[in-house]
Design a protein around this ligand. Structure first.
Ligand SMILES: Cc1ncc(COP(=O)(O)O)c(C=O)c1O
Length: 387
């Protein structure tokens, strides 16, 4: 069904379970005079998030790296305990209850923490604080595609450097880039690969600008870089509640850095970037480490099982320290496999770009979800062999 609306064409594709609905603004924007829009915004592409089916739609959702388990029961209790007065008033602008809890967890001081509306908010604040218009942001590529979007919004350049062999950090090339800031996702997305804190320290020690270590997936890894935020002045570590704490729908993340760096970032953030509910819920989640760790243990066990079963089927699976796998499909037809799985109601992530399109990025689900994925893949490969 296609319907006209005030700002363009709203198109909805009905294929049984109404997965896709989007606004197509091109019809009107092509005809409009957009000279009052900043040229860098006019010419850029926005970030494309993964597909989000509506609540209740029955799909096996392994495409946006959510935790397959529900959040801690203490989170739900904290939300139920919210008083009307907490909603009538503005929230605490710096989420101090959360900062104190996180400081205790990491054995640092609360002034080393800045709370954000998801770790994307932390990345936005960091880019606005450290990457000037006309400046440059460097990162190893491929990585999280939001980085380039954030740089473009600041009217800054991006400098992308290829990963070294075995997804090692291109330290020398990054140092030669002359960028104002370097972003490193660790574990990286979409590869899931991990760089040791010692290797990242080599970069930090020789670099004059800011190094941001995006640790959205670090709770599923064997190590992390939090201690580097205490050791070096030019480091920001960003953390997410979307994966490790099963709270992607809540929107909460935080940064850890030297107090002076945090003070600078505080000037840039929206005054009330985290709402009262998310502050209470994220604090409750952080305080229930037992629950969170139980989910990490299960995800890591399933990661090893899925990785070896996919390898047996003929996939080439990269070593992952995240809650997803990046796997090359046996005949290299990633696009075909992605579409065929989707037709079976199994969503995985596919990147239609050279060097990546032979791969699927598969979130680790519950054992049942992973089994459904494996059966779907076996069925599709079986059909191909017969054909
Ligand atoms: C590497 C990386 N960093 C940050 C994020 C954003 O996380 P959040 O939901 O906390 O904004 C993602 C989301 O997928 C990610 O893959």
């Amino acid at each position: 069904m296609v319907t006209r609306c005030r700002y363009g064409i709203e198109s909805e594709r009905h294929d049984g379970n109404r997965l896709f609905s989007r606004m197509d603004h091109r019809v009107y924007s092509d005809a409009m005079n957009l000279s009052f829009v900043r040229p860098n915004i006019r010419s850029m592409q926005g970030y494309t998030p993964g597909e989000q089916p509506g609540v209740g739609e029955r799909v096996v959702k392994l495409n946006t790296n959510e935790n397959p388990f529900p959040p801690s029961p203490r989170v739900m209790q904290a939300i139920r305990d919210i008083e009307p007065e907490q909603l009538r008033r503005y929230p605490n602008p710096t989420a101090d209850v959360f900062r104190e809890a996180a400081a205790r967890l990491w054995n640092i001081t609360p002034d080393m923490i800045l709370a954000g509306n998801g770790s994307d908010d932390i990345l936005t604040i960091a880019t606005r604080t450290f990457v000037p218009p006309g400046g440059a942001l460097a990162y190893p590529d491929p990585t999280y595609s939001l980085y380039s979007v954030l740089a473009r919004i600041e009217d800054a350049r991006t400098i992308t450097l290829s990963w070294e062999k075995n997804w090692d950090l291109p330290v020398d090339a990054l140092l030669r880039s002359g960028a104002n800031a370097i972003y490193v996702a660790n574990p990286n997305a979409p590869s899931g690969t991990f760089v040791s804190p010692a290797r990242i320290s080599e970069l930090i020690e020789k670099f004059d600008g800011l190094v941001l270590i995006d640790e959205a997936y670090a709770d599923f890894a064997e190590d992390n870089c939090v201690s580097l935020a205490s050791k070096y002045d030019n480091v920001v570590v960003s953390r997410s509640f979307s994966k490790a704490y099963s709270l992607a729908g809540l929107r909460f993340g935080y940064a850890i850095a030297n107090p002076t760096i945090i003070q600078q970032m505080m000037k840039v953030k929206d005054s009330y970037n985290c709402d009262a509910i998310s502050i209470a819920a994220a604090t409750a989640a952080l305080l229930d480490q037992d629950h969170a760790r139980m989910t990490w243990t299960h995800v890591k066990q399933e990661r090893e099982r899925l990785s070896s079963e996919l390898t047996e089927i003929g996939f080439e699976v990269l070593p992952s320290q995240a809650n997803f796998l990046f796997a090359k499909v046996p005949d290299g037809d990633g696009t075909g496999m992605y579409k065929a799985l989707k037709a079976l109601g199994i969503l995985v992530r596919h990147f239609d770009r050279p060097g990546l399109k032979e791969y699927l990025r598969i979130t680790i689900g519950t054992s049942q979800e992973n089994n459904a994925l494996l059966s779907g893949i076996r069925e599709l490969l079986g059909k191909k062999q017969v054909a």
